[in-house]
Design a protein around this ligand. Sequence first.
Ligand code: 5RP
Length: 213
Amino acid sequence: MSKPNLQIALDHSDLPSALKDVKNVGDIVDILEVGTILLLQVGDEAVKCVRAMYPNKKIVADTKCADAGGTVAENVRKAGADWMTCICSATIPTMKAANNEIDEIQIELYGDWTYEHAQQWLDAGISQAIYHQSRDALLAGETWGEKDLKRVQKLIEMGFRVSVTGGLDVDTLKLFKGMPIYTFISGRGITAAKNPRLAAEQFQKELIRLWGE
Ligand code: 5RP
């Protein structure tokens, strides 16, 4: 089973602090995400800056796009993103339009969605999904547990490459041991750490311990 990727989510509210963190850990993580919060504050300038710093890394624009998929995808692709996200409640035409304009889209699983919807995404040629514990659900007391593992496993069995995110820390990773998770996405687990570089290294070390090189 391959080692899951580690993705950093840059959810900063200003560009200088996002760039400082990505400069610090960009060589350690596998994928760079320009997070929704940063995109809303700064726009595609954030993607352009991260691309200029890391010409060869995979970059995700976490647009959580709900409409105008083709236009949003074209814009973030031109800024330098490889992938972007669409919210799971977007229509299939929105998802398809985005998928036609960029290398790949990822479906962000928030709120209500069903496995029937998931099959429609696969039928539309979309095979990446992001399983979330949202910030607000975590704040309301939600935790990672068996129910999440079951849903993630089912999505993997359906044929998705599944990324997992939401309040992850190094200790959370072992919950998923034995599962072929595509990517773990961490924002605050790295950027809010006292030493973000050390935190990113510890994530990678634990991924190697649990999944191998
Ligand atoms: C929130 C997101 C975040 O980027 C992602 O969940 C990582 O956040 P954190 O690790 O800080 O909880 O997509 O909608």
